[in-house]
Design a protein around this ligand. Sequence first.
Ligand code: GCO
Length: 256
Amino acid sequence: MANALFDLTGRTALVTGSSRGLGLAIARGLAEAGAALVVNGTDRGRTEQACADLVAAGHEARAMPFDVTDEAAVVAAFEALDAEGVAVDILVNNAGIQYRKPMVDLAAADWRRVIETNLTSAFLVGREAARRMIARGAGGKVINIGSLTSEVARATVAPYTAAKGGIKLLTRSMAAEWAIHGIQANAIGPGYMVTDMNQALIDNPEFDAWVKGRTPAKRWGKPDELVGTAVFLASAASDYVNGQIIYVDGGMLAVL
Ligand code: GCO
């Protein structure tokens, strides 16, 4: 019974930004739970390599490189999947960038770039996926990737924080509109994870010490530690869970 509840066999998952980092770890975990994967990234070579690695590991996967901030590219990608008969049952809106600068020094163009990549893309891709999930009448799963900054702010990452705060309430908006169609929209809030995006922080002795001191687990998280929550939210085990954000943060948000 337990295995069937978490079994993704026969489902297809699109994970945006899955050519590396958290997205790739989540894509690999969903594949290991039985899902067929649509791997996405802006870099064609890296996306195709990540896809090839999944196939070499015995999983079903296809590469679909497109810019999640480009509405026309998003629509075209879903139309290409339609043409191939590929129905996205599980969408993970993971694509995101970081840009660290005090707001007084921040260019409007950089603000917009982060908001577009980290928040607007989740709307654009979510809209296309939900249109098709609703038309099919078979429900679906949307998992948005938030952050500790969906709840609290840190200086010098304002656009990222505003976007991730928006992800939390966009998730609830998706739940409000799509739950009636059997679509469960939820979010995952990773803590400080070991990723390329955070390498500069990891390499900073003061910041590294702060993360380890501030986190009850006294360590950075590993991308694979998001897989269990992702499989739960992608599976039948979460069919009555909607509009929630689950923090995988070693306890950082739970304590002062
Ligand atoms: C930063 C980090 C954070 C983490 C993560 C925490 O500059 O503080 O990049 O944003 O990546 O989002 O949940």
